[in-house]
Design a protein around this ligand. Structure first.
Ligand code: OXD
Ligand code: MN
Length: 585
């Protein structure tokens, strides 16, 4: 017996029988275990060591070239009724899905070691945390899970105290895109993932558990599992406000979470709690509190440099696993946007040829412990989480969405979240650069029907009158020639300040049909070379464009039919009517 939890013990035995693994290895989560796994992967070529002088304890993993991103078309939510998964998900009947994927698992670990990884999502002592166990045949997954979660003995002992666990079964299989599925069985708190070693498909604690399964569980338990970073903004007087912000993949969540205040902002500090996922619960006082279920960052590498994100740039100079970056002649990791060094090998290990493509894959990643970040907040370990002042949605939009606006109230904020849309990036396979609706930045991650999810969001208004204010931001507005209108990065603090001032009722706003906007004078632009006309443009609401936007949103919401909460339609109609009146005026 490796555990006193008989349910876990019998599941592990059952999986060992099905997969015919050579050995079963229970991970204890120690440093020695991590080092031993790294040595094993260095020996078999799964990892290579990067320059130990410049990048101590940093390793490079090159994935299979066809296994570089999440695969949404192969990701399924398996509920008894198709309607419970909703039009936002691919659906498969649970019995059929088990049968299909178990055939792939049968015998797949012959000659391999099966690792059992007990993990805890969230601080070990927090009532908001939830545990899981991932079984995998990939030591790369074990090493990444060690960085991304609280795993091993500490998690196992929490599981053994009771409270249940999510079962995640993973095999890299043959890494064959034709034999690949990521399946979720929310009612059984079970995940089965076959054929991919890529983070989002293989590190099951992350997207599969902490978002898809957790969002389903959160609905029945009265909380929210969201694709949000958590950041603390401390002003020179020492007051800190916490914000949870949802952006679609690769829209700069990691950069915002560890923003470096610009020189003009002496005395301001940023505290990072999380860069990808927030679990939100109502505290006893009616305020919303957030924990980050993760303990590491699995961030996009390209574009990271000392100017765009100094904290990230520095934290990935040691004790980091790199996946799919290029390397320089002296074996340092290299990626597009690094601003130093020259690649000699690309992410596939081939001689670098600029004409043949980038050195680093656009979705190349770093895996690093959150505690390595200079702006890390120790409150990320607080069992009670942090109180959230504002929820902020955003997307990558060349036009339409202004720099920032505030929702009129909670219900309108739910509509604002439901209306999030963004130009696609390399984080998921598929076409890059097209506008895609991504409600609450959860399109790939909501484990149930969006209509029920919005109803769940709306229901919070009945449970508390101290909910956070809701905002929408867009750092990505461009002029006709494709130049960004807003400098972004550290300067985004100026927008966060307006958001906080609104929460504190320290500043007014201009009412428009889409929500409340700042007066240009209320965005502090001291020390910023920005033309006042550009700021006006950033804060302009183009009614004709917004009418088109609302029509597109209405069409999208109509896909949810009768299940769509009437309140969401009512909110939409109010915006549409307001736009109409303003157009007529
Ligand atoms: C991620 C994603 O990996 O959103 O965080 O794709
Ligand atoms: Mn993400």
């Amino acid at each position: 017996m490796s555990t006193s939890n008989s349910e876990l013990e019998s599941w592990v035995n059952e999986v060992a029988r099905l997969t015919q693994a050579d050995k079963v290895f229970w991970c204890n989560g120690s440093e020695a275990e991590y080092r031993q796994l790294v040595q094993q992967m260095l020996a078999d070529g799964t990892l290579s060591e990067l320059n130990p002088e410049t990048h101590p304890n940093c390793y490079l993993h090159r994935s299979a070239p066809t296994d570089v991103a999440r695969v949404e078309h192969l990701t399924f939510i398996c509920t008894e009724k198709e309607a419970d998964a909703g039009p936002n998900n691919n659906w498969m009947d649970p019995a059929a899905a088990h049968q299909k994927i178990d055939q792939l698992f049968a015998g797949c670990m012959k000659g391999r070691t099966m690792y059992v990884i007990p993990y805890c999502m969230g601080p070990l002592e927090s009532p908001y945390s939830r545990c899981g166990v991932e079984i995998t045949d990939s030591p790369y997954v074990v090493a990444n899970m060690k960085i991304m979660t609280r795993m091993g003995d500490v998690a196992l002992s929490r599981i053994e105290k009771g409270g249940g666990f999510v079962r995640g079964l993973h095999s890299i299989g043959e890494l064959d895109p034709e034999r690949r599925f990521i399946m979720h069985f929310p009612a059984e708190l079970t995940i089965k993932s076959y054929g991919s070693g890529y983070g989002g498909n293989a590190l099951l604690g992350k997207k599969c558990h902490a978002l898809r399964i957790a969002s389903y569980q959160a609905r029945s338990e009265g909380w929210l599992a969201e694709h949000m970073l958590i950041v603390g903004v401390e002003n020179p007087a020492g007051e800190t406000h916490y914000l949870a912000c949802a952006f679609p993949s690769a829209c700069g969540k990691t950069n915002l979470a560890m923003l470096v205040p610009p020189k003009s902002h002496k005395g301001w500090k940023i505290w990072t709690l999380g860069d990808d996922i927030a679990w939100l619960q109502l505290g006893e006082d009616g305020r919303m509190r957030a924990i980050n279920p993760e303990a590491g960052y699995f961030g996009v590498v390209p574009g990271t440099n000392a100017k765009t994100n100094r904290n990230a740039y520095e934290m990935i100079r040691h004790d980091t696993i790199y996946t799919n970056v290029g390397v320089t002649a002296d074996n340092q990791p290299w990626w597009e946007g690094l601003d130093e060094g020259t690649p000699v090998l690309d992410w596939q290990g081939k001689p670098y040829d600029a004409k043949a493509g980038p050195a680093a894959h656009p979705n190349s990643r770093f895996t690093v412990a959150t505690s390595q970040n200079a702006s890390y907040s120790s409150l990320a370990d607080a069992p009670e989480g942090v109180p959230i002042s504002a929820l902020v949605f955003g997307g990558r939009r060349r036009e339409v969405a202004p720099l920032v606006y505030q929702a009129k109230d909670w219900a309108h904020g739910v509509l604002v979240g439901a209306g999030v849309a963004s130009e696609t990036t390399a984080a998921a396979s598929g076409e890059v650069g097209v506008v895609r609706r991504d409600p609450m930045a959860m399109k790939p991650f909501c484990g149930y029907n969006f209509a029920d999810y919005w109803a769940h969001w709306l229901s919070f208004a009945q449970r508390s009158d101290r909910l956070p204010e809701i905002f929408h931001v867009n750092w990505f507005r461009q002029d006709k020639d494709g130049n960004f209108l807003w400098p972004g990065f550290g300067e985004n603090l100026r927008v966060l300040r307006w958001i906080i001032d609104r929460c504190e009722k320290r500043v007014g706003a201009v009412t428009t049909p889409i929500g409340l906007l700042p007066a240009a004078a209320d965005i502090d632009i001291e020390g910023l070379a920005i033309d006042p006309a550009v700021l006006q443009e950033l804060l302009r609401v183009d009614h004709a464009q917004w009418s088109v936007e609302m029509a597109a949103l209405s069409e999208d919401l109509a896909r949810y039919g009768d299940r769509l909460p009437a309140e969401l339609n009512r909110q939409l109609q109010m915006v549409v009517e307001d736009l109409g009146e303003k157009n007529a005026a």
